[in-house]
Design a protein around this ligand. Structure first.
Ligand SMILES: *[C@@H]1O[C@H](CO)[C@@H](O)[C@H](O)[C@H]1NC(C)=O
Ligand SMILES: *[C@@H]1O[C@H](CO)[C@@H](O)[C@H](O)[C@H]1NC(C)=O
Ligand SMILES: *[C@@H]1O[C@H](CO)[C@@H](O)[C@H](O)[C@H]1NC(C)=O
Length: 371
């Protein structure tokens, strides 16, 4: 049984904060495809990867400065704001607190003050991670009492802020929680796996590969953002203000939503699928059990600290690649009408094609420099 699709309203104008980033750029593309009449403003701290399309206007913004984001919104006058700006992983706590927490507070305040109708915030599935397995987890899972790492802690605080702003000055908000985003332009997930090939370490497998993991192809996630905006806009136009006849369970406003490809796979199967594209077919011939991996990683961390280097293997990486991490996306399907359009296999194929083209470009540039 498929449930009826939620009602949607065409988006007339939208500001994408972080619009030049990996995800932001994909959202701009999805908006162009699904809402061709939409007037789009893409704001970012640095204007890179700009599309030449008369429907998209690019402006610089610094979300850590309230007056900067306020003036961007005042000029663009969007009915929808999609806030997806976030620093990459592996930076310090200070920058996460500044950009994710203070920056999101500024975006929310500016939206409230300028009468924005709908705000969609990009959170992270990591907000519910406390170190224990996440098995088919849904949105009833609480935040951990003790935050596991500062990135996800900052995302959880920012998400709470974004969702609490629902209803303020008539604005409706939601937060999407993606897991394992990958695709063309990815600077984190897939490059990490490609580096393992380059370092000749594909023979190692940590743990017995019985742990299921969720990944999300970038375009599917972008479409989910556009769906969320369009569904909320419809709620705003119709039952935006409290309407007791609307089933609260069917309402998107003020609630978080997990978004993945809906195809959990064994962690190392994903890695091996990438490595096949690089001609490695016998990966994972040496299995290091989780317990042994933890001991070795612990030693590597101590040794690297003494040598003043970054450890290649960390206890975090061991735990990460041996943990179950997958989510129940029924709410996204019901409330957004979300269906992952691009499968994992097809997503990986597109992604690797992009990486190979980039590598060729880099090689060609290096060769022409030598001449
Ligand atoms: C925090 O979230 C990010 C993005 O989902 C993830 O890559 C990272 O591993 C998470 N950290 C923990 C401890 O779950
Ligand atoms: C979100 O705000 C709207 C408008 O004020 C309100 O009707 C709705 O109940 C709110 N949602 C939640 C989950 O509080
Ligand atoms: C795989 O390893 C985990 C511990 O990391 C263990 O709990 C599980 O029983 C193992 N499964 C198999 C089939 O060996």
């Amino acid at each position: 049984m498929t449930s009826s699709a939620p009602n949607k309203t065409p988006i007339a104008s939208c500001l994408v904060v972080g619009g030049c980033g990996f995800l932001g750029g994909a959202i701009v593309n999805s908006l162009l495809q699904k809402h061709p009449k939409c007037r789009i403003t893409a704001a970012d701290i640095r204007l890179t990867n700009q599309l030449a399309d008369s429907n998209v206007k690019y402006v610089t913004v610094d979300i850590t400065d309230l007056s900067s984001i306020t003036s961007v919104i005042e000029n663009a006058k969007p009915e929808v704001v999609i806030h997806t700006a976030s620093p990459v992983h592996g930076l310090g706590k200070e920058i996460y607190m500044k950009v994710n927490v203070d920056g999101t507070k500024n975006v929310v305040k500016a939206c409230e003050a300028t009468g924005v109708k709908v705000m969609v915030y990009t959170s992270s599935a990591g907000v519910v991670f406390d170190g224990s397995p996440l098995i088919n987890v849904d949105e009833t899972e609480p935040f951990p009492i003790i935050p596991y790492d500062s990135y996800n802690e900052s995302k959880a605080i920012a998400e709470t802020f974004a969702l609490e702003a629902n209803g303020s000055n008539g604005m409706l908000t939601t937060a999407l929680r993606p897991a394992g985003i990958f695709g063309p332009g990815d600077r984190q997930l897939v490059p990490g796996f490609i580096n393992v090939v380059k370092n000749g370490q594909t023979q190692w497998q940590l743990g017995n590969n019985t742990n299921l993991f969720d990944f999300t192809y970038i375009d599917n996630l972008a479409i989910a953002h556009v769906l969320a905006a369009s569904v909320l806009l419809h709620q705003h136009a119709t039952t935006g203000v409290s309407d007791p006849s609307v089933d609260q369970k069917k309402r998107l406003d003020g609630t978080p939503i997990f978004v993945t490809n809906g195809q959990p796979v064994y962690f190392w199967d994903f890695a091996k699928a990438i490595w096949c594209h690089y001609g490695v077919y016998n990966a994972g011939s040496i299995v290091l059990p989780r317990s042994g991996g933890l001991v070795i990683a612990g030693l590597a961390e101590i040794f690297s600290k003494l040598m003043g280097r970054e450890p290649g293997l960390t206890r975090f990486r061991v735990k990460f690649s041996c943990a179950h991490r997958y989510f129940d996306i029924r709410k996204a399907k019901d409330l957004l009408g979300y269906e992952p359009e691009v499968s994992l296999t097809e997503g990986l194929r597109r992604c690797i094609e992009w990486f190979k083209a980039e590598e060729e470009k880099t090689a060609a540039a290096a060769a022409s420099e030598k001449q």
